[in-house]
Ligand binder design. Structure first.
Ligand SMILES: NC(=O)c1ccc[n+]([C@@H]2O[C@H](COP(=O)([O-])OP(=O)(O)OC[C@H]3O[C@@H](n4cnc5c(N)ncnc54)[C@H](OP(=O)(O)O)[C@@H]3O)[C@@H](O)[C@H]2O)c1
Length: 249
Protein backbone atom coordinates (compact mmCIF):
# COMPACT_ATOMS: atom_id res chain seq x y z
CA UNK A 1 0.00 0.00 0.00
CA UNK A 2 2.72 2.48 -1.05
CA UNK A 3 0.17 5.03 -2.30
CA UNK A 4 -2.34 5.24 0.53
CA UNK A 5 -4.12 8.62 0.26
CA UNK A 6 -1.84 9.74 -2.61
CA UNK A 7 -3.47 11.58 -5.49
CA UNK A 8 -2.35 10.17 -8.83
CA UNK A 9 -3.05 11.36 -12.38
CA UNK A 10 -2.35 8.94 -15.24
CA UNK A 11 -2.46 10.70 -18.61
CA UNK A 12 -3.18 7.95 -21.11
CA UNK A 13 -4.73 5.78 -18.39
CA UNK A 14 -7.51 4.12 -20.36
CA UNK A 15 -5.44 1.50 -22.21
CA UNK A 16 -2.30 -0.65 -22.14
CA UNK A 17 0.55 0.44 -19.87
CA UNK A 18 -1.36 3.40 -18.43
CA UNK A 19 -4.38 1.30 -17.49
CA UNK A 20 -2.21 -1.39 -15.89
CA UNK A 21 -0.44 1.32 -13.87
CA UNK A 22 -3.68 3.05 -12.84
CA UNK A 23 -5.08 -0.26 -11.61
CA UNK A 24 -1.96 -0.88 -9.52
CA UNK A 25 -1.95 2.66 -8.09
CA UNK A 26 -5.57 2.18 -7.00
CA UNK A 27 -4.83 -1.29 -5.59
CA UNK A 28 -2.08 0.29 -3.47
CA UNK A 29 -4.42 2.87 -1.96
CA UNK A 30 -4.24 5.85 -4.34
CA UNK A 31 -7.03 8.15 -5.45
CA UNK A 32 -6.70 7.87 -9.21
CA UNK A 33 -7.59 10.16 -12.09
CA UNK A 34 -7.14 9.04 -15.69
CA UNK A 35 -7.36 10.84 -18.99
CA UNK A 36 -7.57 9.88 -22.64
CA UNK A 37 -9.60 10.84 -25.72
CA UNK A 38 -11.96 7.88 -26.11
CA UNK A 39 -15.02 8.21 -23.79
CA UNK A 40 -15.93 4.53 -24.18
CA UNK A 41 -12.57 3.08 -23.07
CA UNK A 42 -12.34 5.78 -20.39
CA UNK A 43 -15.61 4.61 -18.85
CA UNK A 44 -14.58 0.94 -19.09
CA UNK A 45 -11.18 1.68 -17.56
CA UNK A 46 -12.71 3.67 -14.68
CA UNK A 47 -14.86 0.64 -13.82
CA UNK A 48 -11.84 -1.66 -13.90
CA UNK A 49 -9.71 0.68 -11.77
CA UNK A 50 -12.41 0.96 -9.15
CA UNK A 51 -14.99 3.14 -7.44
CA UNK A 52 -14.02 6.78 -7.08
CA UNK A 53 -11.83 6.88 -10.20
CA UNK A 54 -12.01 10.28 -11.90
CA UNK A 55 -12.08 9.83 -15.69
CA UNK A 56 -11.54 12.99 -17.75
CA UNK A 57 -11.80 13.14 -21.53
CA UNK A 58 -8.96 15.34 -22.81
CA UNK A 59 -6.68 15.48 -25.84
CA UNK A 60 -3.23 16.56 -24.67
CA UNK A 61 -2.37 17.72 -28.18
CA UNK A 62 -4.55 20.75 -27.33
CA UNK A 63 -3.19 22.87 -24.46
CA UNK A 64 -6.64 24.28 -23.48
CA UNK A 65 -7.77 20.68 -22.92
CA UNK A 66 -4.78 20.14 -20.61
CA UNK A 67 -5.87 23.26 -18.68
CA UNK A 68 -9.38 21.83 -18.41
CA UNK A 69 -7.98 18.46 -17.23
CA UNK A 70 -5.87 20.07 -14.51
CA UNK A 71 -8.79 22.21 -13.37
CA UNK A 72 -10.94 19.08 -12.98
CA UNK A 73 -8.19 17.26 -11.07
CA UNK A 74 -7.59 20.29 -8.85
CA UNK A 75 -11.33 20.55 -8.16
CA UNK A 76 -11.70 16.87 -7.29
CA UNK A 77 -8.41 16.19 -5.46
CA UNK A 78 -7.19 19.63 -4.37
CA UNK A 79 -3.66 18.81 -5.59
CA UNK A 80 -1.48 16.00 -6.97
CA UNK A 81 1.19 13.74 -5.53
CA UNK A 82 2.03 11.66 -8.61
CA UNK A 83 1.84 12.57 -12.31
CA UNK A 84 2.35 9.79 -14.86
CA UNK A 85 2.49 11.23 -18.39
CA UNK A 86 2.11 8.14 -20.52
CA UNK A 87 -0.09 9.15 -23.48
CA UNK A 88 1.53 8.29 -26.78
CA UNK A 89 0.92 7.27 -30.35
CA UNK A 90 3.14 5.05 -32.45
CA UNK A 91 4.28 5.43 -36.05
CA UNK A 92 6.18 3.34 -38.56
CA UNK A 93 6.56 5.54 -41.63
CA UNK A 94 9.55 5.44 -43.99
CA UNK A 95 11.44 8.74 -44.44
CA UNK A 96 10.12 9.43 -47.94
CA UNK A 97 6.49 8.89 -46.94
CA UNK A 98 6.46 11.04 -43.79
CA UNK A 99 4.12 14.04 -44.08
CA UNK A 100 4.19 17.21 -42.00
CA UNK A 101 0.89 16.05 -40.53
CA UNK A 102 2.48 12.74 -39.39
CA UNK A 103 5.35 14.63 -37.76
CA UNK A 104 3.05 17.12 -36.03
CA UNK A 105 0.62 14.44 -34.85
CA UNK A 106 3.29 12.27 -33.22
CA UNK A 107 5.35 15.13 -31.73
CA UNK A 108 2.16 17.00 -30.75
CA UNK A 109 1.16 14.21 -28.37
CA UNK A 110 4.36 12.36 -27.47
CA UNK A 111 6.54 15.41 -26.77
CA UNK A 112 4.68 18.74 -26.95
CA UNK A 113 1.62 17.39 -25.15
CA UNK A 114 3.82 15.77 -22.52
CA UNK A 115 5.76 19.00 -21.92
CA UNK A 116 2.65 21.12 -21.42
CA UNK A 117 1.02 18.45 -19.27
CA UNK A 118 3.98 18.65 -16.89
CA UNK A 119 4.02 22.45 -17.01
CA UNK A 120 0.32 22.64 -16.11
CA UNK A 121 0.46 19.90 -13.44
CA UNK A 122 3.46 21.14 -11.46
CA UNK A 123 1.51 23.99 -9.77
CA UNK A 124 -0.74 21.29 -8.26
CA UNK A 125 2.23 19.39 -6.81
CA UNK A 126 4.23 19.98 -3.67
CA UNK A 127 7.46 18.69 -2.08
CA UNK A 128 7.68 14.90 -2.19
CA UNK A 129 5.83 14.76 -5.51
CA UNK A 130 6.92 12.42 -8.30
CA UNK A 131 6.61 12.63 -12.07
CA UNK A 132 7.11 9.65 -14.36
CA UNK A 133 7.31 10.04 -18.15
CA UNK A 134 6.92 7.23 -20.68
CA UNK A 135 9.79 7.15 -23.15
CA UNK A 136 10.76 4.23 -25.37
CA UNK A 137 13.86 2.26 -26.27
CA UNK A 138 13.06 3.64 -29.74
CA UNK A 139 14.98 6.70 -28.54
CA UNK A 140 18.24 4.74 -28.50
CA UNK A 141 17.72 2.14 -31.26
CA UNK A 142 17.84 2.77 -34.98
CA UNK A 143 14.68 1.23 -36.43
CA UNK A 144 13.68 1.67 -40.11
CA UNK A 145 10.48 3.72 -40.30
CA UNK A 146 10.92 4.81 -36.70
CA UNK A 147 12.44 8.28 -37.15
CA UNK A 148 9.38 10.38 -36.27
CA UNK A 149 8.51 8.35 -33.18
CA UNK A 150 12.16 7.93 -32.11
CA UNK A 151 12.90 11.65 -32.30
CA UNK A 152 9.89 12.46 -30.13
CA UNK A 153 10.88 9.79 -27.59
CA UNK A 154 14.52 11.03 -27.58
CA UNK A 155 12.98 14.38 -26.67
CA UNK A 156 11.20 12.69 -23.78
CA UNK A 157 14.55 11.41 -22.43
CA UNK A 158 15.99 14.91 -22.63
CA UNK A 159 12.88 16.41 -21.08
CA UNK A 160 13.10 13.96 -18.17
CA UNK A 161 16.65 14.98 -17.31
CA UNK A 162 16.12 18.74 -17.73
CA UNK A 163 12.91 18.78 -15.73
CA UNK A 164 14.52 16.64 -13.02
CA UNK A 165 17.30 19.23 -12.71
CA UNK A 166 14.83 22.10 -12.62
CA UNK A 167 12.34 20.57 -10.18
CA UNK A 168 14.83 19.01 -7.74
CA UNK A 169 14.84 22.35 -5.87
CA UNK A 170 11.07 22.04 -5.39
CA UNK A 171 11.39 18.50 -3.99
CA UNK A 172 9.77 16.93 -7.06
CA UNK A 173 11.46 13.91 -8.66
CA UNK A 174 11.21 13.30 -12.43
CA UNK A 175 12.07 9.96 -14.02
CA UNK A 176 11.49 8.23 -17.34
CA UNK A 177 10.43 4.65 -17.97
CA UNK A 178 11.45 3.39 -21.39
CA UNK A 179 9.66 0.22 -22.47
CA UNK A 180 10.72 -2.12 -25.22
CA UNK A 181 7.96 -3.85 -27.21
CA UNK A 182 4.97 -4.45 -24.94
CA UNK A 183 1.72 -6.22 -25.87
CA UNK A 184 -0.81 -3.37 -25.96
CA UNK A 185 -3.28 -1.91 -28.48
CA UNK A 186 -0.58 0.53 -29.70
CA UNK A 187 0.84 -2.23 -31.89
CA UNK A 188 -2.21 -2.24 -34.19
CA UNK A 189 -2.81 1.51 -33.85
CA UNK A 190 0.60 2.52 -35.27
CA UNK A 191 0.38 5.25 -37.92
CA UNK A 192 1.60 3.86 -41.24
CA UNK A 193 1.31 0.17 -40.33
CA UNK A 194 -1.17 -1.80 -42.47
CA UNK A 195 -3.09 -4.48 -40.48
CA UNK A 196 -1.51 -7.29 -42.53
CA UNK A 197 1.99 -6.15 -41.41
CA UNK A 198 1.16 -6.46 -37.69
CA UNK A 199 2.06 -10.14 -37.44
CA UNK A 200 5.45 -9.65 -39.11
CA UNK A 201 6.22 -6.58 -36.98
CA UNK A 202 5.55 -8.56 -33.81
CA UNK A 203 7.77 -11.44 -35.00
CA UNK A 204 10.58 -9.01 -35.88
CA UNK A 205 10.34 -7.26 -32.53
CA UNK A 206 10.46 -10.55 -30.61
CA UNK A 207 13.49 -11.67 -32.63
CA UNK A 208 15.31 -8.49 -31.52
CA UNK A 209 14.55 -8.93 -27.80
CA UNK A 210 17.14 -11.01 -25.88
CA UNK A 211 14.34 -12.52 -23.73
CA UNK A 212 12.54 -13.56 -26.96
CA UNK A 213 9.12 -12.33 -25.89
CA UNK A 214 7.07 -9.14 -25.72
CA UNK A 215 6.67 -7.42 -22.37
CA UNK A 216 3.39 -7.27 -20.48
CA UNK A 217 1.83 -3.93 -19.44
CA UNK A 218 2.06 -5.00 -15.79
CA UNK A 219 5.83 -5.42 -16.09
CA UNK A 220 6.13 -1.75 -17.07
CA UNK A 221 3.58 -0.69 -14.46
CA UNK A 222 5.76 -2.29 -11.74
CA UNK A 223 8.65 -0.01 -12.74
CA UNK A 224 6.37 3.05 -12.94
CA UNK A 225 5.05 2.46 -9.43
CA UNK A 226 8.55 1.96 -8.06
CA UNK A 227 9.76 5.28 -9.52
CA UNK A 228 6.61 7.06 -8.33
CA UNK A 229 6.92 5.68 -4.80
CA UNK A 230 8.98 6.76 -1.79
CA UNK A 231 11.11 3.65 -2.37
CA UNK A 232 12.75 5.68 -5.14
CA UNK A 233 13.27 8.71 -2.87
CA UNK A 234 16.93 9.18 -3.96
CA UNK A 235 16.28 8.60 -7.67
CA UNK A 236 15.69 11.42 -10.11
CA UNK A 237 16.61 12.02 -13.75
CA UNK A 238 17.00 8.33 -14.66
CA UNK A 239 15.75 6.52 -17.72
CA UNK A 240 14.77 3.00 -16.69
CA UNK A 241 14.60 0.44 -19.50
CA UNK A 242 11.91 -2.22 -19.20
CA UNK A 243 12.72 -4.11 -22.35
CA UNK A 244 13.92 -7.70 -21.88
CA UNK A 245 17.47 -6.48 -22.54
CA UNK A 246 16.72 -5.03 -25.99
CA UNK A 247 18.44 -1.66 -25.52
CA UNK A 248 21.46 -3.05 -23.74
CA UNK A 249 22.67 -6.06 -25.73
N1 LIG B 1 3.57 -0.90 -26.27
C1 LIG B 1 4.82 -0.71 -26.63
O1 LIG B 1 5.42 -1.56 -27.29
C2 LIG B 1 5.55 0.55 -26.22
C3 LIG B 1 6.95 0.58 -26.33
C4 LIG B 1 7.62 1.72 -25.96
C5 LIG B 1 6.92 2.82 -25.50
N2 LIG B 1 5.56 2.77 -25.42
C6 LIG B 1 4.88 3.97 -24.94
O2 LIG B 1 4.02 3.62 -23.89
C7 LIG B 1 2.97 4.57 -23.80
C8 LIG B 1 1.64 3.84 -23.64
O3 LIG B 1 1.41 3.10 -24.79
P1 LIG B 1 0.65 1.70 -24.82
O4 LIG B 1 1.57 0.75 -25.45
O5 LIG B 1 0.05 1.37 -23.53
O6 LIG B 1 -0.45 2.03 -25.95
P2 LIG B 1 -2.03 2.25 -25.93
O7 LIG B 1 -2.67 1.07 -25.32
O8 LIG B 1 -2.38 2.64 -27.32
O9 LIG B 1 -2.20 3.49 -24.95
C9 LIG B 1 -1.94 4.81 -25.34
C10 LIG B 1 -2.65 5.72 -24.36
O10 LIG B 1 -2.42 7.09 -24.71
C11 LIG B 1 -3.67 7.77 -24.80
N3 LIG B 1 -3.55 8.87 -25.75
C12 LIG B 1 -3.09 8.82 -27.01
N4 LIG B 1 -3.15 10.03 -27.58
C13 LIG B 1 -3.64 10.87 -26.64
C14 LIG B 1 -3.95 12.24 -26.63
N5 LIG B 1 -3.76 13.02 -27.70
N6 LIG B 1 -4.48 12.80 -25.50
C15 LIG B 1 -4.70 12.02 -24.40
N7 LIG B 1 -4.42 10.70 -24.36
C16 LIG B 1 -3.91 10.14 -25.47
C17 LIG B 1 -4.64 6.68 -25.25
O11 LIG B 1 -5.98 7.00 -25.00
P3 LIG B 1 -6.98 7.48 -26.19
O12 LIG B 1 -6.70 6.66 -27.37
O13 LIG B 1 -8.35 7.33 -25.59
O14 LIG B 1 -6.64 8.92 -26.39
C18 LIG B 1 -4.16 5.53 -24.39
O15 LIG B 1 -4.66 5.64 -23.09
C19 LIG B 1 3.08 5.44 -25.04
O16 LIG B 1 3.72 6.66 -24.72
C20 LIG B 1 3.97 4.62 -25.95
O17 LIG B 1 4.67 5.42 -26.89
C21 LIG B 1 4.85 1.67 -25.77
Amino acid sequence: MRFTDKRVLVIGGNSGIGLASARRFAAEGARVAICGRDPQTLAQAATQIGAGTLAVRADIAAVPEIDMLMAEVAGAFGGLDVLFVNAGIGAFVPLRAVTEADWDRVHGVNLRGMFFAVQKAVPLMSRGGAIVLTGSIGAVKGIPGGSVYASAKAGVRALGRSLAAELVHEGIRVNTVSPGPVETPIIRRNIGLPPEAEHELRAQMIANIPMKRMGEPDEVAAAVLFLASDEASFITGVDLYVDGGAASF
